[in-house]
Ligand binder design. Structure first.
Ligand code: ADP
Ligand code: MG
Length: 542
């Protein structure tokens, strides 16, 4: 009997053993899948980072350097890898820039946690250790940041320029950076009694247009409508315009259902035409009576916004008409012009129109568009017309401008700047290494591991710039440790990719918003802690 019992016990034991190894396997598989995503975009980090050419299933090609854009289009299947894609998106929403850095940091943190797991440290302990390390790192970078005055245009320009440095369109940063700064400054609203300012990026409308070069990108204090005027013989330029935005159509009404009306004699047909003419004439008369000379018509999905007859009449009363204003643009148009959309003819009266200094249809070889400037009671909005030689260039310029706008918005939200080039990460790493010496128990390993992981940023910046990453990082480490040892403020030594060595980043004017780096560290740590805590993947039935 005894051997049998022993055999059973062995079986039970082995089952327990198997159960124990499963969480470890799952964790390692998750870590490896997520690390693969991070490795895929590591080469894009920094001003000397490479770009990716993304080919969509429909053959469309995107060239970009933006982490969030690359990951969004990547076909990721593993659930843990998807978490890193989400992480990049979260950073994009929270800060708008630093979308590559956040994933690279998360990848490095996963790498070191794998080693800590192999040492036999429990995942929960690692997770708590990382949280402590994060708090310390945030403290360090906050201490080393310099507050900025939002009226200091120079500082805002530097933040925008640093963000643009690493883009495909970086050579145009002298044009794009001032545009980003001016755009944000025109729409920001200071928070009463608080620090910083509120910025809603929906108030900056970026319009992409192929034709010209990125150098021709311009900021318009007003409205740009990427449509042409529908007039045939009507005016194409109106000074001191009275503008109305309507949500109804100027075309014969249609029934809800498809049906045919058979007209059998000429008299009846004449009547139908007369009715139609009368119907449209009635609308146009009302428009004339209200004194409107520029008419904007919201896009209708049910029928034509304008019939030929309506265009003919509007031409006659010299009213410029622009149709197909997208539904989602209506809010921006209303805010910019200071008007309200008019939903029915009864409300089309003079008091519902707005005065605009100049409405002009611009005619370019690549197409026409309408520009409206000088609205009497306009809200805080601006339009940016981004141009470029091809669709791919225009799209990347617009994405880069978005990052620059976000960088300036971050400074507006939390007015403090950090030196770039891996300086904040290196300073935090030096402080963490120092703190690890006296930290008790597993925290000792966790803080040290976190410090190692942070050095991935300077190391990758150096690697991408063709420098020796080991030499650069050790040089940087020494520079920062000396600062910490001397009891001074953390320094701003960083990887100077232009000169190929470690220098003071403030002298190079490479400055980035505190909010971008702080949010990257916090979000990356949060995701890594979440991945460490997963011990099983359960598939649902459907
Ligand atoms: P992300 O998508 O994370 O913003 P980027 O490709 O824009 O990635 O690279 C950002 C990193 O590049 C930051 O760490 C920033 O400090 C660094 N960087 C930007 N410009 C320079 C520069 N001129 N010299 C050194 N580092 C720079
Ligand atoms: Mg960037």
């Amino acid at each position: 009997m005894a051997p049998k019992a022993g055999g059973d016990a062995a079986k039970v034991n082995s089952a327990v053993y198997k159960d124990k190894s499963k969480p470890t396997d799952i964790r390692l598989s998750n870590i490896n899948a997520a690390k693969a995503v991070s490795d895929a975009i590591r080469t894009s980090l920094g001003p000397r980072g490479m770009d990716k050419m993304i080919q969509a299933a429909n053959g469309e090609v995107t060239i970009t350097n933006d982490g969030a854009t690359i990951l969004k289009q990547m076909n990721v299947i593993h659930p843990a890898a998807k978490m890193l894609v989400e992480l990049s998106r979260a950073q994009d929403i929270e800060a708008g820039d630093g979308t590559t850095s956040v994933v690279v940091i998360a990848g490095a943190l996963l790498d070191v946690s794998e080693k800590l797991l192999q040492k036999g440290i429990h995942p929960t302990v690692i997770s708590d250790g990382f949280q402590k390390a994060l708090q310390l790192a945030l403290q360090v970078i906050e201490n080393m940041s310099t507050p900025v005055d939002l009226n200091n245009e120079e500082a805002l320009l530097q933040a925008a320029a640093t963000s643009l440095n690493s883009k495909v369109v970086s050579q145009h940063s002298t044009i794009l950076a001032p545009i980003a700064v001016q755009a944000i400054r025109s729409v920001m609203e200071p928070i009463p009694g608080g620090i910083g300012a509120r910025v809603d990026l929906r108030d900056v409308k970026v319009i992409e247009r192929v034709g010209g070069t990125v150098e021709d990108t311009e900021l318009v204090q007003g409205l740009v409508i990427p449509n042409r005027a529908s007039n045939v013989n009507g005016p194409h330029r109106i000074e001191k315009a009275k503008v109305g935005l309507i949500q109804f159509c100027i075309s014969p009404p249609k029934t809800d259902m498809d049906h045919n009306v058979i007209v059998s004699d000429y008299a009846a047909m004449d009547r139908v035409l007369k009715e139609e003419r009368q119907y449209i004439l009635n609308i146009v008369k009302q428009i004339k009576k209200a004194g409107c000379n520029v008419l904007l018509i919201q896009k209708s999905i049910l029928r034509d916004a304008l019939s030929d007859l309506a265009i003919h009449f509007l031409d006659k009363i010299k009213c410029m008409v622009i149709k197909d204003i997208e539904r989602e643009d209506i809010e921006f148009v209303c805010k910019t012009l200071g008007c309200r959309p008019i939903a029915s003819l009864d409300h089309f009266t003079a008091e519902n129109l707005v005065n605009v200094e100049m409405v002009e249809e611009i005619n370019e070889p690549t197409g026409k568009y309408v520009k409206m400037t000088g609205a009497a009671n306009s809200g805080r909005t601006v339009s940016v017309l981004v141009r470029g030689t091809s669709q791919a260039v225009v799209a990347e310029a617009a994405r880069s401008l978005h990052d620059a706008l976000c960088a300036v918005r971050c400074v507006a939200r939390r007015p403090a700047l950090l030196p770039g080039g891996g300086a904040p990460e290196a300073a935090a790493a030096a402080a963490l290494t120092q703190a690890a010496i006296t930290a008790p128990g597993a925290d000792h390993y966790c803080l040290r591991a976190y410090a190692d992981a942070l050095e991935v940023i300077p190391s990758t910046l150096a690697e991408n710039a063709g420098l020796n990453p080991i030499e650069t990082v050790t040089e940087l480490h020494v520079a920062h440790v000396v600062d910490v040892d001397l009891g001074g403020a953390p320094g701003s030594a960083g990887v100077n990719v232009r000169r190929g060595r470690v220098t003071d980043m403030r002298d190079e004017h490479v400055l980035q918003p505190l909010h971008v780096t702080a949010s990257a560290l916090a979000l990356a740590t949060e995701t890594v802690r979440a991945i460490l805590k997963i011990d099983d993947i359960v598939n649902t039935l459907n």
